[in-house]
Design a protein around this ligand. Structure first.
Ligand code: FMN
Length: 156
C-alpha cells in the first residue's frame, strides 16, 4: 500500500503536523498551494476565507507534482476555515477523484471543532476511515505528539 499525505497550511500549523506524520509513516507528501497566494494580513484572510467558504469557492491550485494513480491511501490535512476544510482543500477534492482510495484526514483548528468538515467530505463521495482533530492556540498545539503517533499507527 502506497500512501500520499496531501495538505494545505496557511500559517504553518497543519504543515507541522503533516511533517510529523510524514516522518512517522515515511510516506510521500504534497503541499497544496493556491496560484494566487493569500495575503500575509491574517485578519483580511479570515474575512476573505469566510466569503470563499460561504460561496464554495475553489481557488486555482499550482500544478500537482504527483500521479495520484500511484497511491492506495491518501491522508488529507487542512486547517479548519469557517467550520470546514480550507477552500484550497476543496479545490483539490473537486478536481481530483479519490473514490478508489482509502482516506484518512486530520484537521487543525483554533479550538472550535471540526464543524461540518466530515459531512462535507461525504459530498465528494469520500468516507474517512479515521480522522484526527488537532486543536491549536495560536502556534501552540493543544495535543501531545503521542496522540499524533497513535493516529499514525492506525494508518495502513
Ligand atoms: C480564514 C480562517 C478561518 C478559520 N476558521 C476557523 C474555524 O471555523 N474554527 C476554528 O477552530 N479555527 C478556525 N481558524 C483557525 C485555524 O483553523 C487554525 O489556526 C489552524 O491551525 C491554522 O492552520 P495553518 O497554520 O496550517 O494554516 C480559522 C483560520 C483562518 C485563517
Amino acid at each position: 500500500m502506497k500512501t500520499l499525505l496531501v495538505y494545505y497550511s496557511y500559517t504553518g500549523n497543519t504543515k507541522m503536523v503533516a511533517e510529523h506524520l510524514q516522518s512517522k509513516l515515511n510516506c510521500d507528501i504534497l503541499r497544496l498551494e493556491p496560484q494566487t497566494p493569500y495575503s500575509d494580513d491574517y485578519n483580511s484572510v479570515v474575512s476573505q476565507g469566510q466569503e470563499e467558504v460561504n460561496s464554495g469557492f475553489t481557488p486555482k491550485l499550482q500544478n500537482l507534482d504527483v500521479n495520484l494513480d500511484d497511491y492506495d491511501i491518501v491522508i488529507l490535512g487542512s486547517p479548519i476555515w469557517w467550520y470546514t476544510f480550507s477552500p484550497v482543500m476543496r479545490s483539490f477534492l473537486t478536481f481530483n477523484n479519490l473514490n478508489d482510495k482509502k482516506i484518512y484526514a486530520f484537521f487543525t483548528n483554533g479550538g472550535y471543532g471540526l464543524g461540518h468538515s466530515l459531512s462535507d467530505l461525504n459530498e465528494f463521495g469520500l468516507e474517512v476511515t479515521d480522522y484526527l482533530e488537532v486543536p491549536f492556540e495560536g502556534k501552540e498545539m493543544q495535543m501531545s505528539y503521542q496522540e499524533i503517533d497513535d493516529f499514525a499507527s492506525k494508518i495502513k
